[in-house]
Design a protein around this ligand. Structure first.
Ligand code: C5P
Length: 224
């Protein structure tokens, strides 16, 4: 493999309700992070995996993943982008392609990891997996008054893993002053092109309790 995968897994998971840090919540008896790492590690392109864990759980995560795949575990930060930066800092300079993959998208299939990696290998600077937006999207004022309807056909919902030429991701993170919710956003601010590949329904982000119910069902389906 020629790819390093950086896995931010340090979030609290407030929207899931009270409990352990999100990446350590259980899905069919196993932490979300274990589900995620198992799939990432099975991708032929992947040479190394770096996990950014909740700072209080670094040793526990190391122990948890020891039996799953060879991973490097570092302490994450208060914001997602700090967690990504901490993990990126330990990726060796000779690794040319870096994927960033949220632990919360724990059912993202091997085929998606390979699709994103292949697009970077084929020359793209930055690659994001996307899906069409299914809901009608409206812009709404703070008082609830509708300001307008956004043209849905030009919108895409963005997933992870996102893939990057390593040098571009490092430059984007170094330049990122204000916060961004995904890594491609930092690349866009550099003025570098970001391209799309088809995403996967299985790469849903476990955020709310209903997502856990859906993921439990998805686990019963064969991996594509
Ligand atoms: O909060 P959200 O669902 O956007 O988090 C996306 C991913 O970023 C999750 O896997 C979460 O664990 C991770 N994260 C992190 N460090 C933070 C906040 C979120 O690694 N401080």
């Amino acid at each position: 493999g020629d790819v390093a995968v950086v896995v931010p897994a340090a979030g609290a998971g407030v929207r899931l309700g009270p409990g352990a840090p999100k990446a350590l919540r259980l899905l069919e008896g196993e932490p979300l992070l274990v589900h995620a790492i198992r799939r990432v590690a099975a991708a032929p392109s992947v040479r190394m995996i770096v996990v950014a864990a909740p700072p209080a759980d670094v040793d526990a995560v190391r122990t948890l993943l020891a039996g799953i795949a060879p991973v490097t575990v570092v302490a994450g930060g208060a914001e997602r982008q700090e967690s990504v930066a901490a993990a990126l800092a330990v990726v060796p300079e000779d690794v040319g392609i870096v994927l960033v993959h949220d632990a919360a998208r724990c059912l993202a299939p091997v085929s998606l990891v390979e699709r994103v990696a292949a697009a970077v290998r084929d020359g793209a600077a930055a690659v994001i997996p996307v899906l069409p937006v299914v809901d009608t999207i409206k812009e709404v004022a703070p008082d609830g008054a509708v300001l307008g309807t956004v043209d849905r056909s030009v919108l895409r919902a963005v997933q992870t893993p996102q893939g990057f030429r390593a040098s571009i991701l490092r430059a984007a993170h170094a330049a990122a002053a204000d916060s961004h919710t995904d890594d491609a956003g930092a690349v866009e601010k550099l003025g570098r092109p970001v391209t799309c590949v088809p995403g996967s329904d299985l790469a849903l982000k476990i955020t709310r309790p209903i997502d856990l119910a859906l993921a439990t069902h998805l686990l019963t389906l064969p991996d594509p």
